[in-house]
Design a protein around this ligand. Sequence first.
Ligand SMILES: C[S@@+](CC[C@H](N)C(=O)[O-])C[C@H]1O[C@@H](n2cnc3c(N)ncnc32)[C@H](O)[C@@H]1O
Length: 239
Amino acid sequence: MTLYGIGLGPGQADLVTVRGKEVLESVDVVYSPGRLSRTVALNHVPESKIGDLDFPMTRDEEKLRAAWKEAAAEIAPQASDNDAAFVTLGDPNVYSTFGHLRRTLDAFHPDVDVEIVPGVSAMTAFATAFDVEIEAGAGLALREAANGHAPTGPDRMILFKITDAPATHEKLVAAGYDVTYGRRLYMEQGETVITDDPADIDERDYYTLAYAVKRDLDIEPATARFEELGDATGVGERA
Ligand SMILES: C[S@@+](CC[C@H](N)C(=O)[O-])C[C@H]1O[C@@H](n2cnc3c(N)ncnc32)[C@H](O)[C@@H]1O
């Protein structure tokens, strides 16, 4: 039998993929690492299917290892007798708790088969939420920027775990970036905020990311000239 790692997408129930929904409906038990992912899963499965797991809110690596061992010990027998799922927000392979579980299962329960169902990651959903295009050929780096940190270097960055937007902002602007912030994008719970002003999001909320783009980037895709050409030929005036 199989343990499915299912990516639920950013948080709205209808952004779960068709495959994710089908697998959720087919398994016997669904484990969730947190309240939000559990709420999304509950749109697709009854509460009676939700398994019991307890994760401590700590950064203490020893406590975390113990919690993952305990979670793996709970899940492994379920996944040997029946199909089971472990859900995460976004994609299970992008900055996700599922990675810890998979490594712990590999170490202590290598007989458990694992399959992953990808989900819509915040890493790509931000582009639509911000109405920006990462055009073909452009580079986009993923970084973490918790506690006021501000990594720099790449032309465009998506920054996860923004917990002190004003401090991060000051450093990014000084390093020559324009920055847009997104909080709770495509989430049902809490307020969605998209802003260029870090003061709008100075209260800490874990579900906050930033898109930073170098101010002096000079991008002109071939199609950018359509507007000019349209004016010249009148095409731009049609309907
Ligand atoms: C541990 S990572 C999980 C990423 C997730 N696996 C994914 O693929 O989207 C958590 C970080 O992702 C970002 N994030 C995840 N979902 C988000 C959302 N709906 N809106 C804004 N940021 C989000 C935040 O920066 C948050 O601190």
